[in-house]
Design a protein around this ligand. Structure first.
Ligand code: ADP
Ligand code: MG
Length: 473
């Protein structure tokens, strides 16, 4: 690829980078949004759990007051949890109240910061375990705090090993059944395990990210595919443009060359005509003076050959506009063949014709088509210096609505390496050739909207195949 093309492809590379960067930005955006979402989900969870904890304690407070304090006070006259019976009574009340709720631990402190009741029997009787939360509760202030455990990464990415919510609430005597504003009798600490809730939030976040990654991945692959295709198209276009430009240059060069050749040829033609007619005159005179002298005859022959070459030049360099009329291709071919027969008379050539019965007329310039067919027939003859058979066939392809004309010979055929030079002007493999014959043929067939190809036959020789469109009136 040269610089030029690469430059044209560049803007598309930018699109590629843009695609890539936008995907990264989109993904980063998703990560941020999902983190914000999880953050608010966690806050919500925490707030709900705190509220829930206070409601739970309120309910526990009520049950303890109604089912423990009042009956025990009536029965024993004094609350003393060191007493086995009182302790197990309390245990029953607490467990009955909380049995269906997810509560890890319950500690009840007395007013001296001593644990008087707990799920965990070993801590009963311990002093000063409540800390500042206990002190707050004694003063009537409820507190709730979240304790998370895990290593640095687990904590910072939001999947701690354990999340515990610890709530301290005052335990109050109830004045009436409806309200709980009585004097503080102790402090309740309840511990709830929120680890599972936190884990499910984390899992949800992971799932959101996974889904996003998959969607982005698919999008990315799709975009890459689209960009790749666009790039290919762009590259092909710029190559095509380059090729067209080259072709144009070549056409311009050829046109200039043609102009020159046409000018020169035209100038040569007139003196050549005079030379030929003078030589013919001389030839007649020589017949009387010196019949064995062949020089005037040679001059006439060579002048004729030169005239033919110049005619070829002119035909090629200044192609006429075809005058299209309705014509029968078989009639033109017949005229070609009858002229050609006189040329090959007495030599080892044979010509065979084969026409389909129902060939429609085509729009053609009779003289130009005659010229084209003649050039092809001459090539066929020249490819078989020792003689041979030329087969001319014409038929109608009704499906494509085309007339097909084929010229076959039994000559040496085309070497592979000349296949793409065949149509170039001045390309010839013959010592005396001009290389203009097929150039003229191509111009004429193109001017008729037809197409031509020349290739080797599977058996010996080459064949020229021509298609002419049939224009329906
Ligand atoms: P010229 O006949 O002056 O060489 P053309 O343009 O008519 O120029 O043909 C170009 C070349 O194509 C010929 O020199 C020849 O090599 C090749 N060619 C054309 N027709 C045939 C054919 N029927 N068999 C083999 N070679 C052919
Ligand atoms: Mg030729």
């Amino acid at each position: 690829m040269n610089n030029n093309t690469e430059e044209k492809v560049k803007p598309f590379r930018l699109v590629k980078y843009f695609t890539f960067i936008s995907l990264i930005v989109m993904f980063a955006g998703t990560v941020v949004i999902s983190s914000l979402n999880t953050h608010s989900a966690r806050n919500m969870l925490l707030k709900k759990s705190k509220d829930y904890a206070h409601v739970l304690v309120e309910n526990l407070n009520h049950q303890i007051f109604m089912q423990f304090f009042i009956p025990v006070a009536l029965k024993f006259g004094k609350i003393q949890l060191r007493d086995e019976e009182q302790f197990s009574h309390m245990d029953r009340v607490v467990k009955n109240t909380l049995h269906s709720f997810r509560v890890e631990t319950v500690n009840i402190y007395d007013m001296n910061n001593v644990i008087s009741y707990s799920f965990e029997k070993s801590v009963v009787g311990k002093q000063n375990m409540g800390g500042s939360d206990y002190q707050n509760a004694v003063k009537g202030r409820s507190t709730s705090k979240l304790i998370q455990s895990g290593n640095f990464w687990e904590i910072s990415f939001g999947f701690p090993k354990q999340s515990l919510l610890i709530t301290f609430d005052p335990l109050r005597a109830e004045k009436s059944l409806a309200q709980m504003t009585g004097p503080i009798l102790g402090v309740v600490e309840i511990v709830q395990d929120l680890s599972d809730d936190y884990k499910s939030i984390f899992n949800l976040q992971i799932r959101v990210l996974e889904t996003c990654a998959i969607v982005m991945g698919i999008l990315f692959i799709f975009l890459i595919f689209v960009v790749k295709r666009g790039e290919d198209i762009l590259e092909r276009r710029s190559l095509e443009r380059l090729k067209l430009k080259e072709e144009l240059n070549r056409a311009q060069r050829l046109a200039a060359l043609g102009e020159m050749v046409a000018g020169v040829s035209h100038e040569i033609r007139n003196p050549l005509g005079i030379i030929r007619s003078s030589a013919e005159h001389l030839k007649k005179k020589m017949l009387i003076l010196d019949p064995s002298n062949t020089i005037p005859h040679i001059i006439v022959e060579e002048a004729t050959r030169l005239n033919n070459i110049i005619t070829d030049f002119l035909n090629f360099a200044k192609p006429k506009e075809p005058e299209l009329i309705q014509c029968r291709i078989e009639e033109i071919l017949d005229k070609n063949i009858s002229f050609f027969s006189t040329q090959i008379d007495g030599k080892h050539y044979e010509i065979e014709r084969n026409y389909d019965g129902s060939i429609p007329e085509i729009m053609g310039d009779v003289n130009m088509l005659y010229q084209a067919f003649l050039n092809i027939l001459l090539n066929a003859k020249e490819a078989m210096p020792g003689g041979g058979k030329i087969r001319v066939s014409a038929n109608y392809l009704s499906q494509e609505n085309k007339v097909k004309v084929v010229f076959e010979d039994e000559g040496h055929g085309l070497p592979d390496e000349i296949a793409d030079k065949l149509w170039d002007p001045f390309f010839t493999t013959k010592e005396m050739g001009t290389g203009l014959g097929l150039g003229i043929v191509k111009n004429i067939i193109d001017a008729h909207g037809g197409s031509i190809s020349i290739e080797n036959k599977s058996s010996r020789g080459a064949q020229a195949v021509i298609y002419f469109p049939v224009k329906n009136k």
